[in-house]
Design a protein around this ligand. Structure first.
Ligand code: SF4
Length: 327
């Protein structure tokens, strides 16, 4: 699990202003775009400000940004374990070895991280521990179940068998953070696995631990295809196949990319980036001001937000809790 820098001052209603009073220039991190950035921007402008501007300057905001809620954490454990398996094996491990990996993820990785989180804020930290949210036995059971079920599905998946069959030399990406440009904007995305199949097509796989389609899956997928096209992996978008592999269900949905999807994705990203830049005090300097990024009035969302302490001083947290209906 990742480590965080030393915590800064806490218990205040906002991050320490940097540069001009109340403004945060992201001097060392110029503007870039990602699907998760779009998602955050669409959910709450203030959360977006904290995540992509205040967190650059303020260690405490950065620490809060890294909090992980139980379901997200389960997904991270699955991804990290899959990455380790793919990096360390050239063929499917034996059934006994598979079971040892699954049990290791739960009984060692998760247990150690849980204890680290419980012990205090100086390390991996769950949202639930940070905010004193009671974790029911059922919630823990669900997280453990997600990890075990996902990893067992992964080992049984036709996609994994195919990746091992074509061999490592045909793998194009493995948990790589890659970037490409749409106009002036640098776009970042994480590619779980990409390989060339026996027919010479490129297969780009996204492992999912949720059951439902995410709101921006289509854009994310088109982003993969844009990157593959830009890298020259294929001569024609029709040679790219994207796969959303829902491990918990389990179900894999593989699709051939259409040329018009790439154009749609380019337009979507350009428009989204323009909307984000429109709120900046100085777009060229990537300079943001907290007051230009309003809070939302959605207690149910705020209740599960890592930054709620910054938005709601202690006395008001109880009010947020009281007005929010159960999830
Ligand atoms: S607590 Fe609510 S208003 Fe504040 S950043 Fe989070 S979602 Fe936005």
């Amino acid at each position: 699990m990742g480590r965080r820098p030393a915590a800064g001052p806490s218990g205040r209603a906002g991050p320490r202003p940097a540069g001009r009073r109340g403004t945060v220039p992201a001097v060392d991190s110029p503007f870039s775009w990602s699907a998760s950035r779009h998602d955050t921007f669409a959910t709450c402008r203030r959360r977006y400000y904290y995540s992509y501007y205040a967190a650059v300057e303020d260690p405490e905001v950065r620490r809060l940004k890294k909090l992980s809620a139980l379901p997200l954490w389960a997904g991270s454990v699955v991804h990290e374990t899959i990455q380790a398996v793919l990096e360390g094996h050239d063929a499917l491990p034996s059934p006994e070895a598979q079971e040892a990996i699954v049990r290791g993820a739960v009984h060692s990785d998760m247990l150690n991280a849980w204890r680290e989180s419980e012990s205090g804020p100086d390390g991996f930290r769950l949202f639930e521990h940070e905010y004193g949210v009671p974790v029911e036995k059922e919630d823990k059971r669900l997280a453990v179940n997600t990890v075990m079920r996902s990893l067992r599905s992964f080992f049984r998946s036709a996609t994994l068998a195919e990746a091992f069959a074509v061999g490592r030399k045909a793998w194009l990406a493995l948990e790589d953070l890659v970037s490409f440009r749409v106009g002036e904007v640098e776009v970042f995305l994480r590619m779980d696995l990409a390989f060339r199949d026996r027919a010479g097509r490129v297969v780009i796989v996204d492992w999912k631990t949720g059951r439902a389609e995410g709101r921006f899956n289509e854009v994310q997928i088109a982003g993969y295809a844009l990157y593959a096209a830009e890298q020259g992996w294929v001569g024609d978008p029709g040679e790219i196949q994207t796969e959303l592999n829902y491990l918990v269900v389990p179900r894999a949905r593989r699709r051939t990319v259409q040329g018009k999807q790439l154009e749609h994705a380019r337009r979507f990203i350009a428009r989204s980036a323009a909307d984000m830049k429109a709120l900046l005090l100085d777009s060229a300097a990537n300079l943001a001001r907290i007051e230009d990024f309003p809070m939302i009035d959605r207690p149910r969302v705020c209740r599960r937000c890592s930054f709620r302490r910054l938005c709601f001083p202690r006395a008001d947290v109880a009010a947020v809790e009281a007005t929010a209906p159960p999830p």
